[in-house]
Ligand binder design. Sequence first.
Ligand SMILES: C[S@@+](CC[C@H](N)C(=O)[O-])C[C@H]1O[C@@H](n2cnc3c(N)ncnc32)[C@H](O)[C@@H]1O
Length: 526
Amino acid sequence: MNDDIKSAKKKSYSKKPSKKERLEQELANKSAQERVAAGGVHIRADGVAVSTAALAARQAALRAAGVNVGISNTDTPSKKTRTTRAQAGLSPTVVRIEAVSPQGDRLAQCLWNAQCLLLDVLKFDVAADKLVSRYLREHRELGPRDRHVVAETVFAVLRQKRVFSHLAQSGGGTLERRLVLLGARGCTTEAGLQAAIAEDEWSWISQVSTVDTRTLPAAVRSNLTDEWFAQLTQAYGETDALALAEALNTAAPLDIRVNTIKSSREAVQVALKNAAFDSETCALAPLGLRLKGKPALQKTDIFTSGAIEVQDEGSQLLTHLLGAKRGEMVADFCAGAGGKTLAIGAMMRNTGRLYAFDTAAHRLAKLKPRLARSGLSNVQAVAIDTETDARVKRLYGKLDRVFIDAPCSGLGTLRRNPDLKWRHGVDSVTRLSGIQANILNSAAKLVKVGGTVVYATCSVLPIENQNVVNAFLAENPNYALVDVTEALAVQNITLPEGAAPAGMLQLLPHLHGTDGFFAACMKRVS
Ligand SMILES: C[S@@+](CC[C@H](N)C(=O)[O-])C[C@H]1O[C@@H](n2cnc3c(N)ncnc32)[C@H](O)[C@@H]1O
């Protein structure tokens, strides 16, 4: 092809504007009046969207024009545009939003980001925490406070989606925009929000905030699906089910466990104070500290030195139940990324042998850097094929203790993973209870006579908990239930009233301030 034809072709390609460019040009050419009427849409030639009311209308307009409104298509500009924007002091990856008043600019930007993120999160095909982390990694221009607002707004929507969807039946703009406005209420002040959003949005949000949601049906107020709420009601009765659901729909506090291989709770608390982090000792877990707020600890010396691990107080308590000692042979079945392995290994004072079994090698891989930080050398991670893998069978009858953190619905961790209730249905629980029974049956064979088995889940449903344990005990008379109150008393831990119905541990967020956890302790008697 000769050069003339080549350049003519190039020219004709570069001349033809894309659908999005045509739409943007069209919108930019409208008079100010028309733009306000169209929801305030004004995208400047440099790609900056002006006015927050533009968001909803812009998305709707782009959609109407057949442009995919996913973050990657509309909001990831070419390398050249990114460089130009960066040189102009603008975000390289996201359009800049200007609020109705300059004080609201920053929050308006956050709300835009939350809206972009929410579009992907609400597809429910990938876990929300993964999408949030990815989004924040890709948008490093957001400051720490902005990141908090973006993430918390999205999580607030996930936590209260059912009530929010009810309220969002009124109002204008896209549904995601209305959900974000509702979610943002808890992340900022009223004045801050008012400065960041359009007048009509503010009057809508003020009006819906006066709606008395106590008159809504219980299942809607629970912010769970009908079927999940029915499960909770069946287990706890409607009043307690609602209290439990309400607690599960709040944000979890930040708890840490002190690694006694490296430090002590007193020393860590002083170090935290010196670093301007407020903490208090956990009520139940002897090595636990509860932080005030959600400070980023990952880059602090306290964290990188291995003196602490982030772990919910309830999760810490489960490992105490195992009572592992120096020099013992122990297995953490279903070890995953090793949250509980690290706690058990430290209790063994880095002696004996602790097997960390899991069928997911990629999860076990995450244990490696944590082990290095913790200073533990008594852990052997083993990726197994199934719970009856030959490497498991070889150890039958040889271990002192086995901890089984069975795969479960995770309903007890909704404070951290609020999308679970929308991503999974109750049918998954029936499937899981079969898997749980198989794992308990095989893993329990690992202990010798006199050995201890702890079966645990982060579920609050009897079908994954008491039912599995009771069926196991009925079929295996050579194992006996040990009352968890007694097992923990040996560790100088006194359980609050009501936490050990029928001798099994049941931690609930509305009663105990922890995630929802279940555990049963059993002894092999013959
Ligand atoms: C609740 S998670 C474990 C969390 C982990 N113990 C922690 O504290 O971070 C359940 C784990 O069970 C694992 N798993 C599922 N089926 C299994 C099986 N048949 N045998 C062993 N592990 C299994 C999953 O890969 C998952 O990592």
